[in-house]
Design a protein around this ligand. Structure first.
Ligand code: FAD
Length: 473
């Protein structure tokens, strides 16, 4: 049996970027359990239409940003369209366009959420975020002297750059700069944080809040042909097999034996793109099982509604609709709507392809009878559809030619994860976030459940650290 240098388990953003960066340097093989590549960032076909499974916004393709740097290193130029408005945030009669141009955005915020210190608040958010992406030593890894020393250098750089700002809580900063804000303004801030960071301001530091709120001060892109098309192209020259799930990994002294549902492979190194919470089940080795079991399961997940809409009306690419009340079987009163670009020949072939997501808990959907599960799912889908049609009043119900939805159970059955989104970077867990390295030689993790969290920017930052640990560690 051939000995590979590295087997990558999973083709999410993390597994894909790592494989694209390393397949020419090492004898690498990537195994993906699903028929589609990309995990939460895939595009799938159903009823002859294509839909983005989860991720729809692409941020970070700009000079000096980690996503562009890694794409350049691979030699990949994505097919993108700039979204003039990153996202329109709607709360009853209030609408704020998250545009990149600061003054235009500020004017809009001032009109909708007037506050004498809006400028000070949003300028600080922007500056804190800009300083972060200029840091030279961003690093977080453990389990070796060199990993610890690079992580310490990173913390030192953070201290030098942010000084006391590093210890400022998000809520403390909101109170200090904006004073006591209305519940509507707080909901406007929290809805955005829930999307970008999986949590609200009460759990965050100023730094993490700034990274979340400044997301749309960066260029937001629409990906032509669906998010999955980027993953497919990134993996074009990489040896990979789809529909081949890894079911068991045995550890030997100098290598690992990887059992898929089809074959057995040998490899000196393993990079797991499965979540940190669901990696233990792949192993029999007690020490490895014990290592993974110490990471407490993050129960946060997604509920997603997919629609095909035959409408001639023009829409922005993205909207976030904030409601008065919590959506049933969710943990949020907001949902995020993404329309395919009208000119996208693949996604808009038979009308708009629409992906709508909100936050839920995996435990809400577990252990239900088939009937109870279907009922709950329909209840949530219908509530979202009702609120959707309520806002988009130019769309008639009979123009929705397809509608179906996904819960944490759907994500589990297709891509082997109940939770969606990593552990939010909160003040109290900053130093206990799982790293890409493990105490076991040749065993690594990548993806949004390890540093630096979710989305293209977070996962790419994690890939950059893993790449250094793997090749020079
Ligand atoms: C609803 C939703 C909306 C989002 N919107 C955005 C957005 O607009 N912009 C953005 O940047 N981010 C967004 N995100 C976050 C982003 O999609 C994720 O953080 C990111 O895609 C996760 O990448 P990952 O590397 O962790 O891999 P994952 O997406 O978790 O993929 C892991 C892959 O590994 C495979 N796998 C797992 N176990 C095995 C096994 N045993 N054998 C073989 N293969 C296996 C899975 O099938 C899967 O393909 C969104 C997420 C969700 C859920």
């Amino acid at each position: 049996m051939k000995m590979h240098d590295v087997i990558v388990v999973g083709s999410g953003i993390g597994g894909t970027l790592f494989a694209a960066l390393n397949h020419k340097k090492h004898d690498l093989l990537l195994l993906e359990k699903d028929a589609n590549l990309g995990g939460c960032c895939s595009t799938f076909k159903r009823f002859n239409n294509h839909y983005n499974a989860g991720a729809t916004t692409f941020v970070g393709y700009e000079e000096g940003h980690i996503v562009k740097r890694l794409f350049d290193e691979v030699g990949y130029k994505p097919n993108l369209k700039l979204s003039g408005v990153g996202v329109r945030i709607v709360q009853k009669e209030k609408e704020v366009d998250r545009v990149q141009a600061f003054e235009a955005f500020l004017k809009n915020v001032d009109e909708q959420y007037p506050n004498p210190n809006n400028r000070d608040f949003w300028e600080t958010i922007k500056k804190v975020d800009e300083k972060f992406w200029q840091l030279k030593k961003l690093y977080y890894a453990k389990h070796s002297f060199s990993a610890y020393s690079k992580s310490i250098a990173c913390v030192t750089e953070l201290f030098k750059t942010y000084k006391s700002e590093l210890f400022t809580s998000a809520d403390g900063f909101i109170k200090k700069s904006l004073g006591d804000i209305s519940t509507e303004y707080q909901a406007f801030i929290d809805a955005q944080l829930l999307i970008t960071l999986q949590t609200k301001s009460k759990d965050l530091s100023l730094l993490t809040m700034a990274l979340g709120l400044a997301y749309t001060f960066h260029k937001t892109y629409y990906v032509e042909g669906g998010m999955g098309s980027m993953i497919e192209t990134l993996l074009e020259d990489v040896p990979y097999k789809r529909k081949e799930g890894v079911v068991k990994i045995l550890k030997y002294n100098d290598h690992y034996e990887v059992h898929s549902n089809k074959e057995v492979y040998k490899s000196k190194n393993i990079v797991l793109n499965s979540t940190i919470y669901q990696s233990a089940q792949l192993f029999e080795d007690k020490a490895i099982k014990k290592y993974y079991s110490k990471f407490k399961f993050s129960d946060q997940s997604a509920f997603v509604v997919y629609m095909t809409i035959k409408s001639k009306v023009d829409f922005l690419h993205h909207y976030q609709i904030i409601l008065d009340q919590k959506i049933p079987n969710s943990i949020s009163n907001a949902f995020f709507v993404s329309f395919s670009d009208k000119e996208d020949e693949k996604l808009s072939k038979d009308g708009y392809s629409v992906t709508i997501s909100t936050h839920t808990k995996a435990n809400i959907w577990r252990g239900l009878s088939k009937q109870a599960y279907a009922q709950k799912k329909l209840e949530t889908q219908e509530k979202i559809q009702e609120a959707f049609l309520n806002y988009f009043d130019t769309i008639q119900e009979d123009e929705i030619s397809r509608v179906f939805s996904a819960t944490s159970e759907t994500f589990q059955s297709y891509i082997g994860r109940h939770n969606c989104g990593g552990e939010a970077l909160k003040i109290k867990n900053l130093l206990s976030i799982p790293p890409c390295t493990t105490p076991f030689k040749g065993l690594y993790n990548v993806g949004d459940t390890v540093f630096a969290g979710q989305g293209w920017p977070g996962v790419a930052l994690g890939v950059d650290v893993l790449n250094k640990e793997f090749n020079h560690g």
